[in-house]
Design a protein around this ligand. Structure first.
Ligand code: 4NP
Length: 158
């Protein structure tokens, strides 16, 4: 069966979307689906191309058992719509940017990642970059919630 490809997208690709990649890869491995589900992340800005994730993001993730240190920033590009079955934005601003990039014939799922969350009371993962440490924990809470929902959705689909 063709692998399912998931791309998480935020603005910088150094805080929210690498966190989503690390958390979702962890769940994919837990479900023994690593040969069937491919995970990546990107930013709608090109500000942090080839950068490692933000140190605060790496530390918050590590405290919950996720290792993000090997990830590097890249920019979301039009060709991503040829590759990925799910392209999931962290907030509306990034979803708008992706909609501008999207070819008319894209047949995958482009939407907000938190639409897969069951506990969250918001549809957007707040940008933690200019805030304090608590923001990075909130990002993890929201992303862990939506990741479980996304995994359940993918398992039903396959
Ligand atoms: P991210 O957070 O979109 O979750 O990676 C940000 C990272 C960097 C910047 C803004 C948001 N920045 O302004 O450089």
């Amino acid at each position: 069966m063709k692998p399912c490809r998931v791309l998480f997208v935020c603005l910088g690709n150094i805080c929210r979307s690498p966190t989503a990649q690390g958390v979702f890869e962890h769940i994919v491995a837990r479900e023994k689906l690593s040969d069937q589900v491919v995970v990546d992340s990107a930013g709608t800005s090109g500000w942090h191309i080839d950068s490692a994730p933000d140190a605060r993001t790496v530390q918050a993730a590590e405290s919950r058992g996720y290792d993000l240190r090997a990830l590097r920033g890249r920019k979301a590009i039009k060709q991503d719509f040829e590759l990925f079955d799910f392209i999931l934005a962290m907030d509306q601003e990034n979803l708008d940017a992706l909609n501008d990039l999207k070819p008319n014939n894209y047949s995958g799922h482009l939407g907000l990642f938190l639409d897969f969350a069951s506990k969250a009371s918001t549809r957007e993962v707040p940008d933690p970059y200019y805030g304090g440490a608590q923001g990075f924990d909130t990002v993890l809470d929201l992303i862990e919630d939506a990741s479980e929902g996304l995994m359940a959705h993918i398992k039903i689909q396959r």
